[in-house]
Design a protein around this ligand. Structure first.
Ligand code: PLP
Length: 479
């Protein structure tokens, strides 16, 4: 059973009351926000500090603690060597250091650009964007600029997106000023070719998809899709969030895509959660190079440099270097795995299919095609809600899958075990998922009970937003 972490009440009392310090030396003319107030600083033993914060850290759940099969979000265990490398002091340069003092960092970025080109089958890349969604938005800006230069932007004002897409796709397209045309999936969960043909028109700027899609299914009609799109003079955009399903096996370039974003934090070695930090480089075919965000890293006469010379660049979209520590982790992961990246892909796909096959005896798994690195099940046939099962399994020391996504599956749970779990982990997970089905509904609806935070009122949480602190009344403010 999952160990329940607890607060040390004595420690908190000591922490809050033991000592009063004054800011005697604060100048009178300091602005208002620096006040002469009593400061309550703790006077406690270092062992208590250490135990307190260790306890707090154990109240959380992480990829270091157990399986975290959050489909689409790719929460795999990230090797500690990547963290170690990212923490090496020598890499920690001030962002305004000149190129002459940052040649090592620039060399790593240059090499990473080259690796990403090979991995994606594209001709050029920029490491600037700071997340997957940011990469998408950058890709959309590239599409805009491309059609602007061709004087076609006035009429090419639509982006087509399948209904299985991640929510960030339509959001990015819309933020980039395009109308979003959603098309339905066919009965096997893939792009409905007839619906695509019907949607493509003079207005189409691009078609934006991820392959495999969010059902974990690879669209083997991708060449045909590419032809339909390119024959119309439109562009094909690859959401690379699911790249870890094809890494080392095929490339978006071979599939016919023109623009790709990577989620380095998912595919390589940084946990994807808690809002970042992330990195979402963009790579393009050669005819789109001039639109990439700047700077890209180039090498001339043996010197690496931040290169701002792209003629029709969409501009600068991140401060300084982008997320350098994430770039470093991704670089170390690629170097360490070398030509064996395919090995991770195969393990991720095998794990997902093993799990899907076992669970299919208990849960409905819609869309029968072979899965890649993730799959979606529905609890519709079980009489239990996906939300309740997600909460129940937390009591057994495991993290829930993504719940209620993708929207095209009712009572959906989306599982992505990743390559970093063992058969023992998966079997345990399956046993808890099966146990949920024979557990009394009343128990399930009250769970979790063994976690630091127990069942929360989902409706109150959504409707009663309390996000700020009322200093005078010493309470949280309602919105
Ligand atoms: C399919 C897909 N596309 C795009 C994104 C957006 O990536 P990010 O969260 O890095 O912005 C995600 C995130 O999980 C995703 O799963």
């Amino acid at each position: 059973m999952y160990r329940q972490a607890y607060y040390n009440e004595d420690f908190l009392i000591d922490y809050n009351t033991n000592n009063d310090y004054y800011l005697d030396d604060v100048e009178d003319d300091y602005p208002d926000y620096i006040k002469r107030e009593k400061l309550k600083l703790p006077d406690v033993r270092s062992v208590d500090v250490s135990r307190h914060f260790t306890r707090l850290s154990e109240m959380n759940y992480s990829v270091d603690l157990g399986m975290y099969p959050l489909g689409s979000c790719t929460m795999k265990f990230n090797p500690k060597y990547s963290d170690y490398i990212a923490s090496i002091e020598e890499f920690n340069k001030h962002p305004l250091e000149g190129e002459e003092n940052t040649q090592g960092n620039l060399e790593i970025m240059y090499n990473l650009q080259e690796y990403l080109k090979t991995i994606s089958g594209m001709a050029y890349s920029s490491l600037q964007p700071s997340a997957g969604a940011h990469g998408e938005f950058t890709g959309i800006l590239i599409i805009r600029k491309y059609f602007e230069m061709k004087n076609e932007l006035d009429r090419r004002n639509e982006i087509i997106i399948p209904d299985s897409a991640h929510g960030t796709n339509p959001a990015s397209a819309s933020m980039g000023g395009f109308a979003v045309i959603e098309i339905p999936s066919d009965e096997s969960g893939l792009v409905d070719i007839d619906a695509l043909k019907a949607a493509v028109s003079d207005h189409t700027a691009a078609f934006m998809i991820t392959n495999p899609n969010t059902l974990g299914i690879f669209d083997d009609k991708i060449k045909e899709i590419s032809e339909i799109i390119h024959n119309n003079g439109s562009l094909l955009y690859y959401d690379g969030a699911n790249l870890n399903a094809v890494l080392g096996i095929t490339t978006p370039g071979k599939m016919g895509f023109d623009i790709v974003h990577f989620n380095l934090h998912k595919t390589f070695a940084t946990p994807h959660g808690g809002g970042g930090p992330g990195s979402g480089p963009v790579a393009v075919k050669s005819f789109l190079k001039e639109f990439l965000p700047v700077p890209i890293i180039s090498m001339e006469n043996g010197q690496y440099k931040l290169d701002y010379r792209l003629k029709n660049t969409v501009g600068k979209i991140s401060s300084y270097y982008g997320s350098f520590s994430v770039l470093l982790r991704a670089y170390s992961y690629i170097l360490k795995n070398g030509n064996n990246l395919k090995n991770s892909t195969e393990k991720a796909v095998l794990n997902a299919n093993y799990m899907a096959d076992k669970l299919s005896k208990y849960y409905k798994i819609p869309y029968k095609k072979l899965k890649k690195h993730e799959f979606v099940l529905s609890t519709e046939n079980t009489g239990k809600r996906a939300l309740d099962i997600s909460k129940f399994i937390l009591d057994y020391g495991i993290h829930s899958p993504t719940t209620y996504f993708p929207l095209i599956v009712k009572e959906a749970m989306m599982l992505e075990p990743t390559e970093s779990v063992t058969k023992k982990d998966i079997d345990y997970y399956i046993s808890v998922m099966v146990k949920a089905l024979s557990t009394d509904s009343d128990i399930i609806k009250k769970s979790p009970v063994n976690t630091s935070v127990t069942r929360i009122d989902e409706i109150k949480v959504a409707r009663d937003l309390i996000l700020t602190w009322n200093k005078n009344e010493k309470t949280l403010n309602k919105i």
